[in-house]
Design a binder for this molecule. Structure first.
Ligand SMILES: [Zn+2]
Length: 237
């Protein structure tokens, strides 16, 4: 295994790893993901709101049906009593009582009619509210579908890039001296602000950018793999 080649390769490996890290970070932080969560929450809220509005509207509908049923009974009764009245043959007292009864039934019918009309007005407004919520829900669902498509397309593109870099890595890793590779992997696994590999250029470490004196550079070159005296990065010399 060529030592210098290994150093160049581990630098290349670092570039690939950084590129993959960057892509994975991008994958996790797509701007659409936050919007997607907001839209998903909104759909949940709108669905609950719609269910509640429908339940209230159903209640109003039942109320109208009930009032109509009750009104029909009173109407039937009124018709029946009117027939009795028109049939005649009652004494004056009974006739007067029957007339009062029929008037009372008429007032009951008026009250039912008012109740039904009021409930129908309420029902009309409830239907409008349901239509508004339904429109808002389908808009949110369209946003959801659009974001889902955008996210899956973005993810596919990122995954393809990652796969390309992973393939390059797979070709590169076997060429690297195992000892260098082990040092590199160990450094990468630790929290570290600086790169694990740097090129020694213009008397400076490519990882920490600090200068190395001639004596320090000689010391660095005397061991393998060369490591920066300041930041311990693997140095490509
Ligand atoms: Zn350094």
């Amino acid at each position: 295994m060529d030592d210098l080649r290994s150093l160049e390769d581990v630098l290349e490996l670092q570039l690939l790893d950084s590129a993959i890290d960057h892509l994975l970070e991008e994958r996790q932080n797509l701007p659409q993901l936050d919007k997607f969560k907001i839209v998903a929450k909104r759909i949940e809220v709108l669905k609950a709101k719609l269910a509640e509005q429908q339940a209230v509207a159903d209640e109003t509908r039942l109320q109208v049906q009930k009032s109509q049923g009750e009104m029909n009974l009173v109407e039937d009764k009124k018709v029946f009593e009117e027939r009795r009245l028109y049939a005649g043959g009652l004494n004056a007292k009974s006739t007067q009582n029957l007339q009062l009864e029929i008037e009372m039934l008429g007032r009951q019918i008026d009250t039912f009619e008012e109740q039904i009309l009021t409930a129908l007005d309420v029902r009309e407004q409830q239907d409008k509210d349901i239509a508004t919520t339904t429109a808002e829900l389908s808009e949110a669902e369209a946003d959801f579908a659009r974001l889902e498509t955008e996210i899956s397309m973005a993810w596919r593109a990122i995954d393809e890039e990652v796969a390309k870099d992973e393939a390059k890595k797979a070709g590169l890793v076997p060429q690297i001296d195992p000892e260098i590779l082990a040092i590199y992997e160990d450094m990468r696994s630790r929290p570290r602000e600086l790169p694990s590999v740097g090129r020694l250029e213009d008397d400076s470490c490519g990882a920490c950018h600090l200068r190395l004196s001639n004596a320090e550079q000689n010391k660095v070159r005397s061991v393998f793999p060369p490591r920066c005296v300041h930041c311990r990065a693997i140095l490509v010399v």
